[in-house]
Design a protein around this ligand. Sequence first.
Ligand code: ATP
Ligand code: MG
Length: 425
Amino acid sequence: MRYSRLFGKTTKTAPADETAKNAQLLLKAGFIYKEMAGVYAYLPLGLRVTEKIKQIIREEMNAVGGQEIIMTTLQRKELWEKTDRWSDEAVDIWFKAQLKNGSEVGLAWSHEEPITDMVKNYVGSYRDLPFCVYQFQNKLRNETRAKSGIMRTREFVMKDLYSYARNNEEHQVIYDAMTQAYLRIFDRVGLGEQTYFTFASGGAFTQFSHEFQTVTPAGEDTIYLYRAKRLAVNKEVLNDEVLAQLDLKREELEEVAASEVGNIFNFGTTKSEQLGLMFTDEDGKTKPVVLGSYGIGIGRLMGVIVEHYADERGIVWPKSVAPALVHIVSLKAKDEAMAERIEQIASSLHDELENLGIETIWDERDASAGEKFADADLIGIPLRLVVSEKTLKEDSVEWKLRSSTESRFVKLDDVLEEIEVYVSE
Ligand code: ATP
Ligand code: MG
């Protein structure tokens, strides 16, 4: 991709009302556009990142038997009334709307109710169970606060998976597999070390729900880490009884700020009972289905990645979610023949990389070296290659990783091969 043609430009300043580091950097680097407080559009670079994150999640969900679907944003009021979750007192983040005939509809903030109601049409016997369905779908939430950039928004894409099982044992097997899949996801996006399996409130029949909390000063939650066991307890459930139950000592815990990037939840049979999702078991008895719910906020995860992978000059994307892997910077030259040679080398390098399926941005603008380097640092592509008079005098390009301060020259003859090795590492 030629940078001059890329939709979305870097800017020196972010909107004055934007206080979160993640949004400031993403706005300045041209990844997102702020529509209003807590509502952001994704530009080509930003969309590429979200698609990378989604693909990692999709692979891990499919690997544990998830099947992708997509539900609707408009929801039926009566379903949520059946479970006592329609009123604004019960759920304080609803957006609601009206049809022309005056009847009310809900705008999706979650999907347990409509999915469970839909599932009734496809489940009759024990043979139809268990299964897991998931989607990447917009959630609309009328959040009071929206001060964490893309980490807390009023409209966001969530991956939500729902598991339907015949009994608690079967549910637990799925729940454990999902836990492992979640840990792999956070690992693959580069947050494995910082993300903790956390005991939190909620969950029917089980005392806890489990959150995946990433340690970051930008987080809105307070959790207590037990590093050695790689687990944590959310402040909201921390008390002597819970500590005893989890065999933890208060003085061994470390209080930190964290952001909830994922949440998994056992609904037990409550929802199925409320909505009438029953099946006939092998013993001929009619039983309610056990429901599990498993969410990851895509925007929040991207925001947390940016909070973690940034320095004073800009974003430092991990390879796995970077919008491109290579950023070619070609510099100006006074001598016309040299300028042409630089252009020609950079151009063919760009084309060859794209042909190999290696996403590349080529900054071919008629701009100063300083401006191009500053933009490359802000955007944060993992590998920067400079083509200039200086490098071509040595038949080379300059190779510099965004995550490092060092650079070196690589011969033109070797550069493709080296990039292929780097990409596959
Ligand atoms: P929080 O406690 O942060 O408000 P929640 O408990 O309401 O979140 P869930 O309903 O469990 O969130 O949603 C699942 C996931 O969706 C969360 O783990 C988080 O990653 C993401 N998420 C929730 N609310 C938002 C939001 N307003 N903006 C962006 N992502 C969100
Ligand atoms: Mg939650």
